[in-house]
Unconditional design. Structure first.
Length: 500
């Protein structure tokens, strides 16, 4: 019997009532293993109503109550990290160790939320005028929503909801319909931790559910991570409906390799950053810019390492890389490699014919490496979101920097060099929101915020860190004057004599 993934509304599983379902496949076999219910407008409304009702008490709850529950949730999440990783592998396809790493990075943000007290401290100015004090404080927004992608079905929601609920909001999550089971496991663990009913809700679905969240008058803010076209749509639509929006889009992350770099370290980093998680991450390095004469040697070193990567089912402990999420996506990724030579690129490794014995119907693609890629080639211009690495050549640092800054994306970037002056210059001059110096994937730790520039971010706030706290709260300033007891009418006073 096919498993069915339903909604989580008001603290319990709610069966889908729309009659519309989507397929969820095992990427390693290509078989449909699960059906996911797609929410109707009415079902989204029910989730928002449950969240709105819960906010009347959760929004006034003490910080101690909220953080106590989050500490319990953190312990449960830690104890269940293997079970959650298994769900991710079964529906996304990434290898188990990679899925465990995803859960670990999500735990970082739960840690931050457990200590949210520090971020929520207000400010006080006394005696701004005679007998007048001014204080500032931050208060929750109300019902907020998160719309999350398939590539990190546990981590990206945990970039959002722990901070949202720690600051007093209630949350409605619309996860990807391609790998929805992790969201329900998280909901169950939150409930087990003692989170009141309605504070965290999950609606499965497609564009119908997304659009209703974007237009619903009781949803005060929307967080999104996904492709740039959808991020732009989310930002435009939600903003037009008066909502606060943080919408993180796509990327084409470059790694600049200077002639003085440790080429072995650079090659290791390029392979790890380009092909980890099968390239299905917005912080993947998808373009290496080799400066000067190092290009040929660097490409040889990358090829040598890439050819040794073991590709297989995610639940096989020997596998280092798994399949892609769907056959449609696999075919789209392959098309960039198949058309690369005609656009002037040199195909060093072609993974389009790869398959795994015994799993021939899986969504497999091998490692692909393209060298001397023209900037006009589709493989360079588009976010491929697969295990395809483009290598470009530049004669000088300035030429390489200009190439990177000409990209419409500005998510992450990295430089590999032994020259501290060059590295410092790069981090100041490059147009990207996250920069690595000899670090290929500069994803910030939880207490620094994650976010890009240009077409990689729509909205004013980055995600998690201090920006996350500010996004999910709004400021209020209170000006206070109290009568001074010294100004009271004279009368019986048995206290100490006043000395003013």
């Amino acid at each position: 019997m096919t498993k069915i993934v339903n909604h989580w509304i008001g603290g319990k599983t709610v069966e889908g009532a729309s009659g519309t379902y989507g397929p969820v496949t095992d990427p390693a076999t290509g078989a449909v293993t699960t059906k996911v219910a797609f929410a109707s407008v009415e079902e989204v409304d029910a989730a928002v109503a449950a969240a709105k009702d819960a906010f009347t008490t959760w929004g006034r709850s003490s910080l101690a109550q909220r953080t106590t529950i989050l500490f319990r949730f953190r312990a449960l999440l830690d104890a269940n990290r293997d079970a959650l990783a298994e769900l991710i592998t079964a529906e996304h396809g990434k290898v188990h160790s990679d899925a465990l790493g995803e859960v670990a990075r999500g735990l970082e943000i739960v840690d931050l939320a457990c200590g949210i007290n520090v971020q929520l401290k207000g400010e006080l100015s006394t005696q701004v005028a005679s007998g007048v004090d001014v204080s500032s404080l931050r208060q929750p927004l109300g019902v907020v929503a998160g719309i999350t992608p398939f590539n990190f079905p546990a981590m990206v929601p945990m970039w959002m909801f722990p901070i949202a609920i720690a600051t007093g909001n209630t949350f409605v999550l619309k996860p990807s319909e391609k790998d929805p089971s992790a969201s329900l496991k998280i909901a169950e663990l939150l409930s087990e931790a003692g989170l009141p009913d309605g504070v965290f809700n999950v609606v499965q679905g497609d564009k119908v559910a997304v659009d209703r969240l974007l237009e619903h008058p009781d949803v005060k803010a929307v967080s999104f991570v996904g492709s740039t076209p959808i991020a732009r749509y989310i930002h435009t639509t939600a903003s037009a409906n008066g909502k606060r929006v943080q919408a993180l889009g796509g990327a084409k992350n470059h790694m600049l390799v200077l002639p003085d770099a440790d080429l072995d370290a650079a090659a290791d980093a390029a392979v790890s950053a380009a092909y980890g998680s099968a390239g299905e991450r917005c912080m993947a390095i998808s373009a290496v810019v080799a400066v000067g004469s190092v290009g040929d040697e660097l490409v040889d070193k990358i090829r040598e390492r890439a050819e040794k990567i073991k590709i297989g089912p995610g639940n096989d402990p020997t596998s280092e890389m798994g399949p892609l999420i769907t056959k449609v996506h696999r075919d789209k990724v392959a098309s960039y490699v198949e058309g690369a030579a005609a656009e002037g690129a040199e195909v060093v490794l072609d993974g389009t014919g790869f398959t795994v014995e015994g799993f021939e119907d899986g969504h497999w693609i091998g490692i692909s490496l393209l060298d001397k890629v023209p900037t006009g080639a589709k493989a360079y211009q588009d976010e491929i979101f697969g295990p395809v690495l483009c290598v470009l050549r530049a004669d000088t640092y300035e030429e390489g920097l200009a190439l990177i800054n000409a990209s419409p994306f500005g998510n992450g970037t990295a430089i590999f060099t032994r020259d501290g002056g060059a590295a410092r210059r790069f981090q100041m001059e490059v147009e990207a929101g996250m920069v690595g110096v000899n670090v290929p994937i500069p994803v910030p730790v939880g207490y620094h915020s994650f976010g890009g520039w240009k077409d990689s971010l729509f909205g004013d706030h980055h995600i998690y860190g201090n920006d996350g706290t500010h996004f999910y709260t709004r400021g209020k300033v209170v000006t206070t004057r109290w009568p001074d007891p010294a100004d009271a009418p004279a009368g019986v006073d048995l206290g100490f004599p006043r000395n003013h």
